[in-house]
Design a binder for this molecule. Structure first.
Ligand code: ADP
Ligand code: MG
Length: 306
């Protein structure tokens, strides 16, 4: 097994608004491994962004813990937090929102290095050019402004800025969702290439099952804040069991867009424990590996049951 870089343990995030409370993330246990891509899929509102924002230390969990290379986030001093943030870099859906429109490409792409005091002013142009080349952008773009680039080019810029500091983990939150199909494919090809070269682990959040299923090594399926199935992406079509995973799979083959989680009429239920136990027996696995809410039904396959 590849080295575990990040681990979440019974991670929970509750939002309170007046008297109502919402469990955006409910007891999620996940691992991020070196050199691999973890896909997180689920309809809008299922808690994907909240989960990844906690991983990036942009948001504090209500309970549970995150371990980065074995160290608990809750044990980090302010200085340690700042240092460890280098190891996880994020790429968002709309890169324009994270770019200062008055900054040139040269300064945008070297911004993280500057923040960490890892680059001198006179080194910026050379470094910027090599970072642009890394993401297959024209190095002569250094003097441009972000609005002079296309959506796909801006997303490449965002990836270059994130990778400039050589993070261990790249967190992509719907990073390709605003792009057309061919730009999406090109960005995914690029991410694969960069991963091969650097070994960076990727967490790729996406509401599009077809896209993430093809790209990720491991797949976590979220439904209303819960992790309902976790498995190797290559086995998705043959071995996915949870009704919600099956529903997402079915939607790949239909032209209708899957409805938002809030608009689903009947909530999807976890399969009954008896069914899951039967699968475990058929797979000749001796005992139920009891993670809090998930049951192990294969060497690398967990499912929520009731
Ligand atoms: P996803 O990324 O899967 O679309 P989110 O993590 O953005 O889901 O949201 C999960 C749930 O938490 C949603 O119901 C959303 O409305 C709610 N939520 C997210 N952020 C906040 C916040 N800052 N305050 C209150 N509720 C929030
Ligand atoms: Mg989101």
């Amino acid at each position: 097994m590849a080295k575990i870089l990040l681990e979440t343990n019974e991670l929970q995030k509750e939002y309170r608004k007046k008297r109502r409370s919402l469990l955006a993330v409910n007891h999620v246990d996940l691992k991020v491994e070196e050199g691999r891509t973890l896909g997180i899929v689920g309809e809008s509102g299922s808690g994907k962004s909240t989960l990844v924002r906690m991983m990036a230390q942009l948001e504090k969990p209500t309970s549970g813990e995150i371990y980065l290379e074995g160290r608990a986030y809750s044990s980090l001093t302010k200085k340690d937090q700042w240092e460890s943030r280098q190891k996880l870099q994020m790429v968002f859906q709309n890169p324009s929102e994270s770019f200062n429109p008055k900054m040139r490409v040269r300064d945008i792409v070297t911004e993280v290095l500057s923040n960490y005091g890892k680059i001198r002013r006179e080194e910026k142009e050379t470094k910027a050019r090599s970072l642009l080349e890394m993401v297959e952008l024209d190095p002569n773009f250094t003097s441009r402004y972000p609005h002079q680039l296309s959506g796909g080019q801006r997303q490449r810029l965002s990836i270059a800025r994130a990778l400039s500091i050589e993070p261990k983990i790249l967190l992509c939150d719907e990073a390709t969702s605003a792009l057309d199909v061919s730009s999406q494919a090109a960005i995914i090809d690029l991410l694969k290439k960069l991963q091969k070269r650097t070994g960076v682990a990727i967490v790729f959040i996406c509401h599009d099952m077809a896209l993430v299923g093809n790209f990720a090594n491991d797949l976590a399926v979220m439904y209303r804040g819960n992790l309902v199935e976790y498995m190797e992406a290559s086995k998705l079509k043959q071995e996915a069991i949870h009704p919600y995973t099956r529903k997402l799979l079915a939607s790949i083959f239909s032209l209708d867009k899957a409805p938002d989680a809030d608009q689903v009429e009947a909530p999807i239920k976890n399969p009954p424990r008896e069914l899951v136990e039967k699968i475990i027996q058929e797979n000749q696995m001796d005992s139920i590996d009891s993670q809090a809410f998930l049951q192990k039904i294969g060497p690398k396959h967990w499912i929520a049951c009731s």
